[in-house]
Design a protein around this ligand. Structure first.
Ligand SMILES: NC(=O)c1ccc[n+]([C@@H]2O[C@H](COP(=O)([O-])OP(=O)(O)OC[C@H]3O[C@@H](n4cnc5c(N)ncnc54)[C@H](O)[C@@H]3O)[C@@H](O)[C@H]2O)c1
Length: 281
């Protein structure tokens, strides 16, 4: 059920790959809430077909772009304004990829060419997007730009690898650009730090099933899934959050503020018998 939260708003959604993608859920919900938007992903992802299906469902034009390529991004913003009939009110950056993770290079044996790509695709593309939008004056006053992050930006998570560095940079770009965009044009820039979620990118993280279970047990409200994340994104795009900017907003069922929970401790203790605990501690 929609609440017309985004009625009359125009936007651009980057990163919907398939129906597990967080961006896919955001697109479906934004459509329900009355928004009109364009979709963008890499040329390969756009050719694969599933994005085409989403475009039809949401009456959204698909504009291919490599988010690391400034000319591609300029094209997305220009075409979006042409198709939608004016400046956009919201932009979602839902993009992440690490070749080190994909090729199973561990953090103390990184390939630096891969690292450069990780940072460019997963973080610097956020800056490129913001800079292109700013220079083209493509976002309306009180518009809202969001990137998606993970708590590995603040704390070390086994297996998250160089994506942790990318997320730290992404959040920093959100703050730094958020200051300028707010000051100059009254545009909001935030990142949402989301629970581990079952998606194509999420599945690449080493030990993701264990991480999802652990994080669920640690969170008093349980993990937030992709649909929950979409709802949060919509409120951040809506006029109800006009004074929120330069923030990294945790959307994780409380995980980020828990040191140890009853459910996690109970599961942890199952791995020891009483003697083990006495001898080890
Ligand atoms: N899944 C999780 O556990 C989780 C948790 C927290 C944050 N996030 C973040 O959410 C965002 C979306 O990821 P997801 O989990 O929905 O996975 P996903 O695999 O569905 O989305 C990642 C998207 O990035 C796109 N992409 C990769 N390289 C690109 C490039 N050069 N140009 C343009 N697009 C490119 C992919 O095509 C894909 O659509 C990412 O930033 C991810 O790090 C995910």
């Amino acid at each position: 059920m929609g609440f017309d939260l985004l009625k009359g708003k125009r936007g651009i959604i980057f990163g919907a790959l398939n129906d597990m993608s967080i961006a896919w859920k955001v697109a479906e919900r934004a459509y329900e809430e009355g928004a009109r938007f364009t979709l963008s992903n890499t040329p390969v992802a756009c050719r694969m077909g599933e994005v085409v299906e989403l475009g039809k469902k949401c009456e959204a034009e698909i504009i291919p772009a490599d988010a690391t390529n400034v000319a591609d991004l300029e094209n997305v913003f220009q075409k979006s304004m042409d198709v939608l009939g004016g400046k956009v009110d919201f932009v979602l950056h839902s993009i992440g990829m690490s070749l080190n993770v994909r090729k199973k290079r561990v953090y103390h044996d990184l390939d630096y060419n891969y690292l450069t790509k990780t940072l460019d695709i997963s973080a610097i593309s956020f800056h490129k997007m913001l800079q292109v939008a700013f220079k083209m004056d493509a976002v309306s006053e009180w518009g809202s730009v969001l990137g998606l992050s993970y708590v590995a930006a603040q704390r070390t998570f086994y297996g998250y690898n160089d994506m942790a560095d990318a997320k730290a940079l992404l959040e920093s770009i959100g703050r730094s650009f958020g200051y300028i965009y707010g000051r100059e044009r009254k545009v909001r820039v935030n990142t949402i730090s989301q629970s581990p979620t079952v998606t194509t990118a999420g599945s690449g993280v080493k030990g993701i099933d264990g991480l999802i279970d652990f994080s669920d047990r640690m969170s008093p409200l349980g993990n937030a899934d992709a649909a929950d994340c979409a709802d949060y994104c919509l409120t951040m795009f809506s006029d109800l959050t006009r004074k929120v900017t330069m923030q990294n907003l945790f959307h994780d069922g409380g995980f980020s503020n828990v040191g140890m929970s009853l459910r996690a401790m109970t599961q942890y203790n199952k791995s020891f018998d009483t003697d083990d605990i006495e001898t080890k501690y």
